[in-house]
Design a protein around this ligand. Structure first.
Ligand SMILES: [Zn+2]
Length: 370
C-alpha cells in the first residue's frame, strides 16, 4: 500500500475470514467496497494500479462501549474528540457504539478518515446519581420523555444509568422504579431505538430485563437468578472487563462508603466467572472498553484478550469484536458490496487473540489508513 493510502484497487490474498465458517482466499477493494470477483473490463479501472497485500483479513473491530467527546471531567473539545476517534482507528476499531456523550460529535460523520459511530445520545441518570457533567440528571416522571428525546438524537440506542451509589444507603442501588422503566423502554422502542443501561450491581437487573431492555453494560451483578432471564430474553451484555478491572482502585477511594467498597470488590472478584456463566448460558457477549470516561481509547484488542481470560473460546471472542458485534449492531462485515472497513493481520487471531493488538493494515472506507 502506498503512503497516501489512496488505492483504487486493493487485492488481499491469504485468509479472508468473511465469517466464522466462511474463509476465502482473496478479496478486492474497488471504489471503497468489497468484492470477491476479480475486477475485469477495459474501463479506466483496468488501468489503475492493483496493489496486493497478504495476510489474515477480518472486518474492522467494534468497540461497542466507548465514549467520544468525553473525558473524566465531562465534555471535551473537537480536537480531543478527534484524537479519541483516531486512537480507536489505529487500534483497528472501525465501528464504535458511543455509550453516551454530552458532546455533539455529528461532525465526525462527515469525516471519511474517522471510524463510524453509532450514538446513544447523552446518558440519562437519576439526579445526583452519576459522574458530574456527564448525564441528563432527572427524576422518574421525566424518564420516558428524556428517553424519547435521546432516541431521536442518537443512532438507534439510548443509554440509561441503571444503578449507582446511593449515598444515603452507602451502597450501589437501583436508580429507577419499574413503572418508569416500563414507560421509558416502551417509548424508546416506539422510536425505533434500543435501550442499554449501565449496571454494576445485582438489584436493577430483573426490572430492566422485565421492562424489555436490549442490553446491559458491565453486567458485573449477574447472578444464577438473572443469567437465565437474560438468556431467555436474548438480552446482550457488554462486560467492559478492561474497565471493571479498575474496581479495586475505585473501592480504595471509597473509604467513606465501606459497604459500597466491599460490594465493588466482590463484583470484581467474580467478574470472570460472571462473564463465563453468561456466555455458557447463551447470553450474547460483545466487546466494549468504556474508553472516554477514565480509560484511554484503543483498548479493544485488550478487551478481547480479557474475554478469553474469562473463558470464552478465542474464535467466539474474536466474533464478539467483529462478525457477531457487527450483526448485532446491524452493520455489514466482509460481505460482497459492503464498505471496505477491514483489518489485515500477520497471523490468525483465532489462534492467539493477541494478534489483534497489532494490525498490519487498517482499511477504512477502502483507504489504507495504517
Ligand atoms: Zn461508559
Amino acid at each position: 500500500m502506498n503512503d497516501r493510502g489512496d488505492l483504487q484497487i486493493l487485492h488481499i490474498k491469504g485468509h479472508v475470514l468473511a465469517g466464522p465458517e466462511d474463509i476465502r482466499d482473496e478479496l478486492w477493494v474497488v471504489d471503497g467496497r468489497i468484492t470477491y470477483e476479480r475486477p475485469t473490463g477495459t474501463s479506466s479501472r483496468a488501468a489503475r494500479d492493483i496493489v496486493t497485500a497478504r495476510g489474515w483479513v477480518l472486518p474492522g473491530m467494534v468497540d461497542a462501549h466507548c465514549h467520544i467527546g468525553l473525558d473524566q471531567q465531562g465534555p471535551v473539545d473537537e480536537s480531543t474528540s478527534e484524537k479519541q476517534a483516531l486512537t480507536e482507528r489505529e487500534a483497528g476499531a472501525l465501528l464504535l457504539r458511543d455509550a453516551g456523550s454530552p458532546s455533539d460529535t455529528r461532525w465526525i460523520d462527515d469525516r471519511e478518515d474517522l471510524p463510524r459511530i453509532i450514538r446513544a445520545g447523552r446518558h440519562i441518570a437519576r439526579t445526583k446519581r452519576y459522574i458530574r457533567n456527564y448525564a441528563h440528571e432527572i427524576e422518574p416522571g421525566d424518564l420516558a420523555a428524556y428517553v424519547r428525546r435521546e432516541a431521536r438524537r442518537g443512532d438507534g440506542w439510548v443509554k440509561l444509568v441503571g444503578d449507582w451509589i446511593d449515598r444515603g444507603e452507602g451502597d450501589l442501588a437501583s436508580c429507577w422504579p419499574r413503572w418508569a422503566l416500563d414507560e421509558a423502554i416502551a417509548a424508546a422502542h416506539e422510536e425505533g431505538a434500543r435501550v442499554t443501561a449501565h449496571c454494576f450491581a445485582e438489584d436493577s437487573l430483573r426490572d430492566l430485563v422485565e421492562a424489555g431492555i436490549d442490553c446491559i453494560e458491565h453486567a458485573t451483578g449477574l447472578t444464577e437468578e438473572t443469567v437465565p432471564l437474560f438468556a431467555e430474553r436474548g438480552v446482550a451484555i457488554v462486560p467492559t472487563l478492561v474497565n471493571t478491572a479498575t474496581f479495586p482502585q475505585l473501592a480504595e477511594g471509597g473509604a467513606k462508603y465501606p459497604r459500597w467498597s466491599e460490594h465493588m470488590l466482590r463484583l470484581h472478584e467474580r467478574r470472570y466467572e460472571t462473564v463465563r456463566a453468561a456466555y455458557d448460558a447463551g447470553i450474547p457477549v460483545y466487546t466494549g472498553t468504556d474508553a472516554g470516561g477514565s480509560l484511554a481509547h484503543g483498548l479493544v484488542a485488550a478487551e478481547v484478550a480479557e474475554l478469553v481470560t474469562a473463558g470464552i473460546p478465542a474464535a467466539e471472542a474474536v466474533s464478539a469484536a467483529t462478525w457477531g458485534a457487527r450483526r448485532w449492531l446491524g452493520r455489514p462485515g466482509l460481505e460482497e458490496g459492503a464498505p471496505a472497513d477491514l483489518l489485515v493481520f500477520d497471523a490468525d487471531p483465532r489462534g492467539d487473540v493477541r494478534v489483534l493488538g497489532d494490525p498490519r493494515h487498517v482499511v477504512l472506507r477502502g483507504r489504507a489508513v495504517r
